[in-house]
Design a protein around this ligand. Structure first.
Ligand code: SF4
Length: 267
C-alpha cells in the first residue's frame, strides 16, 4: 500500500484532538481507514445530528419556527428537517408561542409521551415567562413551571437566526453529556410530569400539599378567630365573603314571592 500523502497527515494533525492515537499503534496501511474517538463523542454526535423536533406551534413565534425550517434557513443541515407529528418519534419540543391555561395540560401530556432522550426549547417571551400577556387571566407565566426546559431563546418573536443559535446551544448541551451519566439509562430518573388540570386557574397536582396546607391553616385561623371572639374585621376576613344584609334578604324574598304569584304557585 502506498504511503499516505503528507497533506492527509497534516489534516489529521489539524483536525483531530491528539488523544489515543498517539498511544495506540495503528499500522501504516490502516492509517487512512481508522479513526479513534470516544464512545461519548460518537453517541452525542449522532444524537445531535438527527434531533427531530415535534411538529406543533402555539402562536406567532411558530411562524418564525416555520420560517426557520423553510429553504432560506434550512434546518436540514442540522439533520432536523423531519418535524415529527408524533411525540413518540420526537427528540425536541420547541414551545413556540403563548402558553394558555387551556393548552398547558395538552403540552405536558405530549411531553410525557415523548421518549427519552428528550429536550425542550422555550422559544420567545411568551413561552419563557408569559411575554406581553404575563399575569393575563388565560396565560401561564412560563412553560418551565410545568416541564423542564433546556434552552431559552429570548425575543418577541425571536428571529430564525436566534432560534438557530438556540439550537446550536442545544447541540453544545448534548455534546457535554456522557453515556455513563445520562438519566435515561438509570432507574427512576426520568419522571412522569403530573398533567395540570384546567379549572378557574390551572391546578398543578405537584402543589397539592402546599394548597392543602394553606387551606387547613386558613380553616384553623377561622376557627380560632371565632373561638377567641376576635375583632369584627378579623373575623369577617377569616370567614370569607360578607353575609347578606337584612335589606338584601328582604328584597330577595319579595322577588321570590312575586315570582310565585306570577306563576300561580302556592306560598
Ligand atoms: S413572544 Fe411575541 S411573537 Fe412570540 S408568541 Fe408571544 S407575542 Fe407572539
Amino acid at each position: 500500500m502506498a504511503s499516505l500523502p503528507p497533506d492527509f497527515q497534516q489534516l489529521k494533525q489539524d483536525q483531530l484532538t491528539p488523544f489515543l492515537h498517539d498511544e495506540i499503534a495503528v499500522p501504516d496501511e490502516l492509517q487512512a481507514n481508522v479513526l479513534i474517538t470516544t464512545v461519548d463523542k460518537i453517541y452525542n454526535w449522532s444524537r445531535r445530528s438527527s434531533m427531530w423536533p415535534l411538529l406543533f406551534g402555539l402562536a406567532c413565534c411558530a411562524i418564525e419556527m416555520i420560517a426557520t425550517a423553510a429553504s432560506r434557513y434550512d434546518l436540514a443541515r442540522f439533520g432536523m428537517e423531519v418535524m415529527r407529528p408524533s411525540p413518540r418519534q420526537s427528540d425536541l419540543m420547541i414551545v413556540s408561542g403563548t402558553v394558555t391555561k387551556k393548552m398547558v395540560p395538552a403540552i405536558v401530556r405530549i411531553y410525557n409521551q415523548m421518549a427519552e432522550p428528550r429536550y425542550v426549547l422555550s422559544m420567545g417571551a411568551c413561552a419563557t415567562g408569559g411575554g406581553p400577556f404575563k399575569e393575563g387571566y388565560n396565560v401561564v407565566s412560563g412553560i418551565d413551571k410545568y416541564i423542564p426546559v433546556d434552552v431559552y431563546v429570548p425575543g418577541c418573536p425571536p428571529t430564525p437566526e436566534a432560534l438557530i443559535y438556540g439550537l446550536l446551544k442545544m447541540h453544545e448541551k448534548v455534546d457535554r453529556q456522557s453515556v455513563t451519566s445520562v438519566p435515561w439509562y438509570r432507574k427512576d430518573t426520568s419522571q412522569f410530569v403530573p398533567v395540570p388540570r384546567l379549572g378557574p386557574d390551572v391546578f398543578d397536582p405537584r402543589q397539592v400539599d402546599l394548597i392543602k396546607d394553606t387551606t387547613l391553616k386558613a380553616a384553623a385561623a377561622t376557627t380560632a378567630a371565632a373561638a377567641n371572639g376576635a375583632s369584627a374585621g378579623a373575623t369577617e376576613h377569616a370567614r370569607g365573603p360578607a353575609q347578606l344584609s337584612d335589606k338584601a334578604i328582604a328584597r330577595m324574598e319579595e322577588a321570590k314571592r312575586r315570582w310565585r304569584e306570577k306563576k300561580g304557585l302556592p306560598e
